[in-house]
Design a protein around this ligand. Sequence first.
Ligand code: NAD
Length: 472
Amino acid sequence: MTARLTMTVGGAAVDTPASLDVIDPATRQVFAQVPNAGAAELDEAVVAAAAAFPAWRDKPWAERQAAVNLIGTTITANAALLAEMIVREQGKPRTLADFEVEAAAGWCFGTASLELPDRVIEDSPERYRVTRYEPIGVVAAISPWNYPLVLSIFKIAPALLAGNCEVLKPSPFTPMTVLKVGELLRDALPAGVLNIITGDDALGPLMTAHPGFRKISFTGSSATGRKVMASAAPDLKRLTLELGGIDAAIVFPDVDVEATAEKLFWSAFTNSGQVCIATKRAYIHEDIYEAMRDALAGLARNMPVGAGATPGTALGPVQNHAQFRQLQALLAQSAARGEIVLAENSTPADGYFIPVTLIDRPADDSPVVIEEQFGPVLPLLSFATEEEVIARANASDMGLAATIWSNDIDRAMRIAGRLETGNVWINESLSLTPLAAFAGRKQSGFGVENGIEGLMAYTEPKTISIFRAGAV
Ligand code: NAD
């Protein structure tokens, strides 16, 4: 697994003299190196994608559907290897890595089932008018480190299906799995249709500023998203930004406390909290607050935290040093404010481990409530009324998703309609599908991924009118 992987550019293997270290977050040790591309390799990839574009654009839809399905079957055929790589470079437990690989393949199959037929707007004796959805051209795709494979596939499957060619850069923290997918697909896709390059912090800005791209599809933090948007401005590149979230969970007193505690726990702590759509603040009705808090604390205390590859591990380390330091700083701020830390389980000494931490009713303006923690730390807050909790949930610059936990579905639907987020889950969480739009409101995003709307985001409409009612 640690043999040096190569980039895929124009259907060929490309390496660089420079290298990027890959660190195992469970040990903090460098275990592999990958290519570190700069401007020259980026240019090569853009040229290769541009050269492949006309033929790929002109292929019948069914042929591109077959290609996207082939990406899915290739992932499935190599599932064990890819899951092992995800565990090693990302840190998550093997069961979750298996789930990620399965989801990535499923995303290909689901996306490939979508159609984007021409829309006949008018068909009258006077005029025929049709709107077509044409691919944009060469797309730059930039993905994050929390779900390196599936979040890259979110950008590959619809872009290619719609007829675009792509240059994708995974996060420098998790480059290996995606490089491997590039290698596996090298001979399966026409040269240049999908190019995978890896590089350090300099490569992302080079990509977003590159005039050869017509669109940028970015998933990452809101802070970086702002830079990407600014960088896209000079040549008005099309943009999709999937950014951070500070998602609220709202828990009503009619729920079964024990059963809901477990669901709420995983809504917050799956992947050690490193999920854009994780619950990042839990508003629990005051009538069940203590019972729910104690149930969550019981789960937290007994949760096995360790290396993802160790059997029985439920939660792995956080992924990298910067994230580790950010969480430590956030917890230090909580301690300095005198906030009550409820549960802290034990963690291994090596690696970027943060204990599963619950904070008991911090103030609404506490950093742990208003900042995206992106780790295994959850503030618990209590509320009294529906109006109050809607206002508090909406009092954020972010608007990615929210969850509502109640057996009163009318009430839950009423609240769902008033939350300023792009996604609301009722009595479940983290449930995405390639068939439904996923879009963050406010500073959680710009544009949309997934579903027919996400596919359309890789196209531009062209309306053609034919005047029929007279000679010319
Ligand atoms: P990040 O913003 O640090 O990095 C994301 C990607 O952008 C990486 O590939 C990185 O190399 C690249 N990058 C960094 N600086 C760049 C620049 N100036 N120009 C262009 N590219 C640049 O994010 P991260 O730390 O990898 O991921 C965590 C964040 O991503 C969290 O905020 C999380 O909520 C968010 N996220 C959002 C979604 C979503 O779908 N909304 C999904 C997963 C993660």
